[in-house]
Design a protein around this ligand. Structure first.
Ligand code: ADQ
Length: 467
């Protein structure tokens, strides 16, 4: 069995299961193959100290980490990854900062990763690179002579060609994807955007459903929607912390129906739009007002990027005005919490909530939607209100799908969700849970790695791309 090498910007200690979902799934595969996990240590050091690779043995898994200099961190992480790629890939050209210096820093860090990773590789290793921070990594590795099988998974959406083309250096970025053997996306619409881009902008030849040829290379691409670790999540849901949380919420809100939102505080998550829809719901349904409370958890995220402070202020002001205008001494319609909730308590909060509002403006997948479904009591389940612009909407068709930009439509869905009869809630939940169970994180890992194994078999003997 080949050893698996996972590369991601941040890495997690696989022995600490609290990290949840993705980290747990990857840890499981890594544990089985005695794998290697390579990434940034999270530390910023002086330029002179950047060269060290820190290796830690975590059970059967080896963690190898590099530090970054302040300049590289600023250009690579804050600048190009989160100031250019994140907004544009989430369709927010207006928030992108196309400072010319960032792309050089982005490339420099990918070159650093390639240089430091290559000597750690064994001949039969299989590499799995994750997310938008590391798009050119395979090309940089190939330039150093690496001939390993390399797969890439993009956790965030891929925008349509014209939007992608707004990024200076977009052609270089997409060409770099051809250095991988397999490129995985969250949804079929992302895959379609990839196909459209490479055929129109790069004049790639489509060989079949999932293979394109350009720059002397054939790349396989597919949609591999990520799922949750349902067993791990069920274990958490039955644990003491989740149970305590559930009981406390039920006690505290015994006269009301809870709505819940759990997100990183990010402009892609549509939080102000959600608040406006909830305000519209309160305005239109005075008779339901005092029976509904929205708990919105928004964990702090990338607070050193300015677009994030703007969204924080907008959200605070909306929550304040809703509570000021609709609340009274006994009842506040919104409980807004700007903090991360411990992972082992989350299932209790989900279970106590009659409705989940998962209404991003754009999202690669959105695992909160799947976690909410997994946490429900099957006899008396809650209702998922889901944005049609989340990758999850391709799979979770029985949710109440909404357009988060449409305030009135979303408000109407909130009302429908709160008043949905038990039988309909059960039917929808049953179908949704079946999907969440079938396409869990293990399915995702296995399907991707199987496709990667097949992708390379066809590619033997062709020349590698050099940038
Ligand atoms: P994220 O944008 O971080 O991830 P998401 O999938 O919604 O988004 O959440 C990831 C995890 O973080 C979930 O397990 C969730 O429970 C947890 N989480 C989110 N907000 C939290 C909060 N306030 N407190 C505690 N825990 C919280 C990116 C992409 C997504 C994609 C994932 C995985 O943006 O679209 O689903 O990667 O590929």
């Amino acid at each position: 069995m080949s050893r698996l090498v996972v590369v991601s910007n941040r890495i997690a200690d696989p022995r600490k299961t609290a990290a949840g979902g993705l980290a747990v799934a990857l840890a499981e595969v890594l544990n089985n193959t005695g794998g290697l996990w390579f990434g940034w240590s999270g530390k910023i050091v002086d330029d002179t100290e950047v060269d060290d690779v820190h290796v830690v043995q975590a059970g059967p898994v080896k963690l190898a980490m590099v530090d970054l200099s302040q300049a590289d961190h600023d250009a690579f992480y804050l600048g190009y990854s989160n100031g250019v790629l994140w907004p544009v890939f989430h369709y927010r050209l207006d928030l992108a900062d196309f400072d010319a210096g960032y792309i050089a820093g982005y490339r420099r860090v990918n070159q650093l990763f390639a240089r430091k990773l290559l000597p750690l590789l064994r001949p039969d290793d299989v590499l799995w690179v994750h997310d938008y921070h590391l798009i050119p990594l395979a090309a940089e590795l190939r330039a150093l002579g690496c001939q390993h099988r390399i797969g890439f998974f993009l956790h965030i959406p891929l925008p349509p060609p014209l939007m992608l083309a707004a990024i200076p250096g977009h052609d270089w970025l997409v060409r770099a994807l051809f250095a991988y053997d397999l490129v995985g996306f969250q949804s079929r619409s992302d895959l379609k955007h990839f196909g459209d881009y490479v055929e129109t902008e790069a004049h790639a030849q489509r060989l079949d459903e999932d293979r394109w040829r350009a720059f002397g290379r054939t790349v396989h691409a597919g949609a591999f929607p990520i799922g949750i670790d349902i067993e791990e999540f069920n274990a958490l849901a039955n644990g003491p912390e989740a149970t305590e949380m559930y009981e406390r919420m039920k006690r505290e809100y015994y006269r009301r129906k809870l709505l819940v939102g759990v997100d990183r505080l990010d402009y892609s998550k549509g939080l102000p739009q959600r608040m406006r829809a909830f305000r519209e719901f309160l305005t239109k349904n005075p008779e339901l007002r005092e029976s509904a409370t929205l708990i919105q958890i928004a964990s702090p995220s990338r607070e050193n990027v300015s677009a994030y402070t703007d969204i924080l202020h907008e959200l605070e002001s909306l929550c304040g005005s809703i509570n000021g205008n609709f609340g009274d001494l006994e009842w506040m319609p919104v409980r807004y919490i700007h903090r991360t909730v411990a992972r082992d308590r989350l299932p209790g909060l989900y279970k106590a909530s009659r409705v989940a509002l998962v209404t991003p403006l754009r999202d690669g997948m959105n695992l909160v939607a799947k976690e909410y479904l997994a946490a429900q009591n099957e006899e008396d389940p809650g209702v998922l209100v889901l944005s049609r612009f989340a990758g999850a909407a391709e799979q979770l068709k029985e949710a109440l799908l909404v357009n988060p930009y449409d305030t009135e439509g979303t408000a109407a869905a909130i009302q429908l969700a709160l008043q949905m009869p038990l039988e309909e809630r059960r039917q929808r939940h049953q179908a949704l849970l079946r999907t969440v169970r079938e396409y869990d994180v293990h399915w995702w890992c296995e399907t991707f790695l199987d496709a990667l194994a097949e992708a390379q078999a066809e590619e033997k003997g062709t020349s590698w791309l050099r940038l």
